[in-house]
Design a protein around this ligand. Structure first.
Ligand code: ATP
Ligand code: MN
Length: 259
């Protein structure tokens, strides 16, 4: 197997063997018993058969690789961390969002991560249903989100835009235009501003740009939405400028996306 450790998602079997200790080491503090129970539910439902290992350890979430004996698909399992440290930074996204305003959860980390996971799931669905390339949303259980894994096969992830080996200038321009087109469609059709768009949160998969990491995305009515959009435009322009192509003025792109 590609991964060093298999995670025991059966809460009944979790004794105190060296294996469990290895599991605990792999999974850090994210997979607490409560999280394990949500994973067990997802596995019992037959959506996944196992969690294989960690794809990414981020600030606010870890992403694991999963697969199923029932199909040949691979899955990405994003598990939000209940750590206090990241909450402050997040408040500005959730505040001012009417979709999540009724939450008296702002001070309860467990409830907060649940809100973010729910946000990501809903935003992902919105992109997916509008035909914007993104991982297919599969299942949500509390702060555990299952989606399609963008892969070249055999667990090999498709590269982030950041790591994509561009063939030539034409290909760079092609992906630049594609990114701008998706930003416009996200805004116009999905009514979403990504709000953390960059070469790190987009993946080149099957010759197309896929948008990921939409938990912080907001609707245009959000008081900061247009500021977030300007940031997104700047990030995208900065990346493609570094690839030595001429980029459009940011003001022009803002108009293209919003009008
Ligand atoms: P970070 O803090 O590093 O931005 P994050 O917690 O915001 O991470 P994501 O950006 O959603 O989480 O995912 C982290 C990384 O995991 C991505 O950069 C990507 O490499 C990988 N990843 C996430 N989802 C998928 C997916 N569906 N298919 C393939 N790879 C994925
Ligand atoms: Mn990310």
């Amino acid at each position: 197997t590609k991964y060093a450790h298999k995670i025991n998602t059966d809460p009944v079997k979790s004794g105190k063997t060296h294996k469990d200790r290895a599991n605990r080491a792999t999974v850090e503090q994210v997979l607490d018993p409560r999280t394990m129970r949500f994973l067990a539910k997802i596995i019992n439902k037959g959506i996944l058969s196992r969690i294989n290992g960690c794809i990414s350890t981020g600030k606010e979430a870890n992403v694991y690789h999963g697969d199923s004996d029932n199909d040949t698909r691979e899955y990405a399992v994003k598990i939000y961390k209940t750590s206090i440290l990241v909450f402050k930074d997040r408040e500005r996204y959730v505040d001012g969002e009417y979709r999540f305003r009724n939450t008296k959860n702002q001070s309860n980390p467990r409830k907060m991560v649940k809100v973010w996971a729910e946000k990501e799931f809903r935003n992902l669905k919105r992109l997916y249903l509008n035909g914007i390339p993104c991982p297919e949303p599969v299942e949500l259980r509390s702060h555990v989100l299952v989606m399609e894994y963008l892969t070249k096969g055999q667990g090999q992830p498709s590269p982030k835009l950041r790591d994509h080996p561009f063939k030539d200038i034409d290909e760079i321009v092609h992906y630049y235009h594609q990114m701008l087109y998706y930003m416009r469609r996200m805004y116009q059709e999905c009514r979403l501003v990504h709000a953390d768009l960059s070469e790190y949160n987009s993946i080149v998969h099957q010759d197309k740009l896929y948008i990921i990491d939409v938990s912080q995305s907001v609707e245009p009515e959000h008081p900061m939405a247009l500021d977030f959009l300007r940031m997104d435009i700047k990030n995208v322009n900065d990346f493609f400028s570094r690839k030595k192509i001429n980029v459009y003025p940011e003001r022009l792109l803002f108009k293209y996306i919003t009008e």
